[in-house]
Ligand binder design. Structure first.
Ligand code: TXE
Length: 480
């Protein structure tokens, strides 16, 4: 059994209550570890440590701060295989994906913000003959970072890195479903010599440890990534306390395929966009809209390619799809496949739980599933499923596909596939989303604003957006 600990005031310690939660391995369905069942007492210890560390950390020279964050990045890199294995075991994603995406991106997150902090500057405004203004962008103080289970270290570090880079001290909670790599990060931070109390990681349940972070009066800003319903609860607690809030929530993203697309490349890329990480990425294109004139041809090619995706043991290098993150989430996805059939959908491939022999016999696996024939307004096409389930729907005009694409309460990401770029720009302008990819998906420049509109969240992460979120602007005006 792997028992992990909280990281508070530079030390690895148990929850004050000494209580633990089981940590399951999705591929085997078995408990493989224990995590601290933290509560408000542990959050208080973390806040005390962060407060004590803030004065020194916020006055640490930029070069020294940069060096420390770079050492954290290097520390992860040096233990790459261990982090990759831990992420795959904890989340159920394939080793291949954790190695190609999750852990390298966590390293990049720390490196990106380590360098950004040296270039982050503010503006001044001259009033001829009267005065001059300068803007200070000062760290907020103690901030809270809470992240989900689908891209554990990738999203955990995406918040922590800019928060630390801007001189804040952090109380962070990873998902209780995938805490392992956050624990390994604690070890790396200790080895890197990150001063104690600068980063504190408290493990535990959302409604207990998480809620304690949200409602703590001395945690002045909250950066959250997770489900829309949880986002509502967090906003309800934090808003009356006038905390700064960054909410990265759910999605139900449209993939729009026009007849003039680069057909073979589009089939290949849109399958990846729909099913990567078992469809457990809020940026996945779960609703595929195809221009009517190529619908049948596209459907045939898309389904044929999905059928080639081997779903299996995440540790098997041949597996393209791994396990679903939890029993509960597996049941939720299966219930939506059931609902889709009740709503008149036709299963073109997949549609069932997958039983795998050997060590994964008790694991959580679902065949990648493609469904057609659903009305765009039905629940299956409106609600976030967050699994390996994709719907195909034909359209005849730009107006029609934009109406369908924008009909959901979400507005996170989208992709458009066409060789007519003036059409691509026209459609991109009208899609209600924070991110539009044209003839690509998940092509990421960390300088760009990241986030969604409508029920997909509030605020943006990435680049200077994150540095500004984690600082307060103060205007100083001097009379000359
Ligand atoms: O979310 P949950 P999950 C979305 C994705 C999906 C969900 C999956 O679309 O809907 O997140 O992640 C903690 N007070 N995105 O199921 O349950 C909880 O412990 C404080 C969108 O984990 O919301 C966990 O650490 N914290 C995103 C975290 O919140 C609470 C990208 C998320 O848990 C809490 C990735 C509470 N009351 C996933 N309740 C994007 N837009 O980028 C729970 N938590």
């Amino acid at each position: 059994m792997i028992t992990i600990k909280n990281y508070i005031n530079g030390e690895l310690i148990e929850a004050v209550s000494k209580k633990h939660l089981d940590n399951y391995e999705p591929a085997t369905g078995k408990v493989y570890g224990l995590i601290p069942d933290s509560d408000s007492q542990d959050v208080q210890l973390a806040v005390d440590a962060a407060k004590k560390a803030f004065a020194a950390w916020s006055n640490t020279g930029l070069e020294e701060r940069m060096m420390l964050l770079m050492k954290v990045a290097d520390g992860i890199e040096k233990r790459m295989d261990e982090f990759v294995a831990a992420e795959s075991r904890d989340n159920g994603k394939t080793l291949k994906l954790a190695r190609a995406v999750d852990i390298p991106r966590a390293v990049s997150n720390f490196k990106f913000y380590a360098s950004a902090l040296q270039h982050f500057a503010s503006e001044s405004h001259q009033m001829p003959g009267m005065g001059v203004n300068y803007t200070l962008r000062q760290p907020i103080g103690v901030v809270g970072c809470i992240s989900p289970w689908n891209l554990p270290l990738y999203l955990f570090s995406w918040k922590i890195a800019p928060a630390l880079a801007t001189g804040n001290c952090v109380v962070a909670k990873p998902s209780e479903v995938t805490p392992y790599t956050a624990y390994l990060l604690s070890e790396v931070c200790i080895e890197a010599g990150l001063p104690k109390g600068v980063l504190n990681i408290v493990h535990g349940l959302g409604g207990k440890a998480g809620q304690a972070i949200i409602e703590h009066p001395e945690i002045k800003a909250i950066s959250f990534t997770g489900g829309t319903e949880t986002g509502k609860k967090i906003a309800a607690t934090a808003a009356p306390m006038f905390k700064k809030l960054s909410l990265e929530l759910g999605g139900k993203n449209p993939t729009i395929v026009f007849a003039d697309c680069d057909f073979d490349e589009t089939v290949k890329q849109t399958v990846t966009a729909s099913l990567s990480n078992q469809g457990e990425i809020c940026l996945c294109g779960s609703r595929v809209f195809v221009e009517k004139s190529i619908y049948e041809k596209f459907k045939e090619a898309f389904v044929a390619r999905v059928k080639t995706l081997k779903t299996g043991d995440p540790q098997d290098e041949k597996s393209m799809m791994g396990a679903i993150v939890s029993k509960q989430h597996k049941e939720k996805i299966l219930s939506y496949i059931e609902l889709a059939q009740q709503e008149g959908g036709k299963i073109l491939c997949g549609g069932k739980e997958l039983k795998i022999e050997g060590r994964c016999a008790e694991g959580y696996f679902i065949e990648p599933t493609v469904i057609e024939g659903l009305d765009y307004k039905c629940r299956t096409q409106q609600e976030e499923i967050f699994g390996p389930v994709v719907t195909l729907t034909p359209f005849e005009s730009e107006e029609e596909v934009l109406t369908m694409a924008n009909s959901v309460k979400y507005g996170l990401a989208s992709s458009i596939w066409t060789t007519d770029l003036s059409r691509a720009h026209r459609v991109a302008e009208k899609i209600e989303a924070g991110i539009v990819w044209i003839n690509c998906w998940l092509l990421r420049d960390l300088r760009t604003p990241f986030g969604g509109v409508k029920a997909s969240g509030v605020g943006r992460e990435g680049g200077w957006e994150a540095m500004r979120f984690f600082t307060e602007a103060k205007n100083v005006c001097i009379k000359i």
